[in-house]
Design a protein around this ligand. Structure first.
Ligand SMILES: [Zn+2]
Length: 266
C-alpha cells in the first residue's frame, strides 16, 4: 500500500512542505485569498496594484491581500485574461478599549500630526512598492519573536473611549531586550523612530509582501541590508504608543494590511 507521501511524489508534487509554505486562504477583510490560476493567466492586479504570483509546484497561484475595509460580497481581480471573482466572507473582529495616560497619543497636537503625516507617507510608499521575488518559492515564515499571543489583528480600538483605526498587526507580548528576527528572507527597506510605532523596521520579502516590526528598544540593521530568515533585526521594547512591552508585527500584501497569523504554520 502506498503512503500519502509516496502518492504525492508519484503525482509530481515534490514535497508537502512546499505546499504548506503558502499562507492560509482566509477570504475575509484583512485575510488572504490563495487563488489557483488558469494556465493563460500570467498577470493579476487589483485597483492597479500588482498581485503576488508564486508557483510552488505545477500550479501557479495568485496570493492576494484583502484590505481590512473590504465589504462582504464579490470582489474582482483584473488579469491579462479573464477577470477573477472571489467571495469575501463575513468576519467579526473583537473590540478593545485601552486607557492611554499620555493624551498626545489619543489626540495629538498639530506638530505631532504633521510628523505623523510625514511618517505615514514614508510607510505607505513602502507598502505600495513592488519588487522582484526574493526566492522562487513563496517565502516560508517563522515567529519573529517568542511569546504567547492572542488574536489581536483587526480589533476595533477605542483609546480613552474614542474610536480609532482598527489594529493592523499582531501584538506579541515579550520582555524588553528579547531578540526579534526576520521571519523570512528579505531586504530592510525602512528604519525609523516613529510617533505611534516607535522604533520600527520594515522588511521587503518581494512582490509587495512587506513586514513591519514596531516599538523596538534597539534596531540592529540598516536600510538596504539583506536579511536571512532568523537573522536578528532588533530587540523588543516599548517605544511609541504602547501600554507595555511587546512586538507589533504587521504584514502588508499588495498594499493591504493583513493578519500575520495566516503566514505561520498551522
Ligand atoms: Zn500593535
Amino acid at each position: 500500500m502506498f503512503s500519502i507521501k509516496k502518492i504525492l511524489i508519484l503525482c509530481g508534487i515534490f514535497t508537502t512542505t512546499q505546499v504548506f509554505a503558502l499562507p492560509q486562504d482566509s477570504r475575509r477583510a484583512g485575510g488572504i485569498a490563495v487563488i489557483p490560476l488558469a494556465q493563460n493567466v500570467t498577470e493579476v492586479s487589483y485597483n492597479g496594484q500588482a498581485v503576488l504570483l508564486t508557483q510552488p509546484n505545477a500550479q501557479r497561484y495568485a496570493v492576494f491581500g484583502i484590505p481590512l475595509s473590504t465589504p462582504v460580497g464579490t470582489l474582482q481581480l483584473q488579469t491579462n485574461a479573464q477577470p477573477i471573482q472571489i467571495e469575501i466572507q463575513p468576519y467579526k473582529y473583537a473590540e478593545q478599549r485601552l486607557t492611554i495616560k499620555n493624551q498626545d497619543y489619543v489626540n495629538p497636537q498639530q506638530e505631532q500630526l504633521d510628523r505623523y503625516a510625514h511618517e505615514a507617507k514614508e510607510q505607505n510608499d513602502i507598502y505600495a512598492s513592488f519588487t522582484a521575488a526574493q526566492s522562487a518559492d513563496f517565502p516560508r515564515f517563522i515567529h519573529p519573536t517568542a511569546g504567547k499571543f492572542s488574536n489581536s489583528f483587526g480589533r476595533k480600538r477605542f483609546f480613552n473611549g474614542e474610536e480609532r483605526a482598527p489594529h493592523s498587526g499582531l501584538d506579541i507580548p515579550a520582555p524588553v531586550g528579547q531578540k526579534v528576527v526576520a521571519p523570512a528572507i528579505g531586504i530592510v527597506v525602512g528604519v525609523g523612530d516613529y510617533f505611534f510605532n516607535g522604533k520600527t523596521v520594515l522588511v521587503d520579502h518581494g512582490q509587495g509582501l512587506i513586514s513591519m516590526f514596531c516599538h523596538l528598544s534597539k534596531i540592529n540593521v540598516e536600510k538596504g541590508q539583506r536579511l536571512q530568515q532568523g537573522e536578528v533585526l532588533g530587540l523588543v521594547g516599548k517605544t511609541g504608543r504602547v501600554t507595555g512591552p511587546h512586538l507589533h508585527w504587521g504584514m502588508s500584501l499588495n498594499n493591504a494590511r493583513i493578519d500575520p497569523q495566516l503566514f505561520l504554520a498551522r
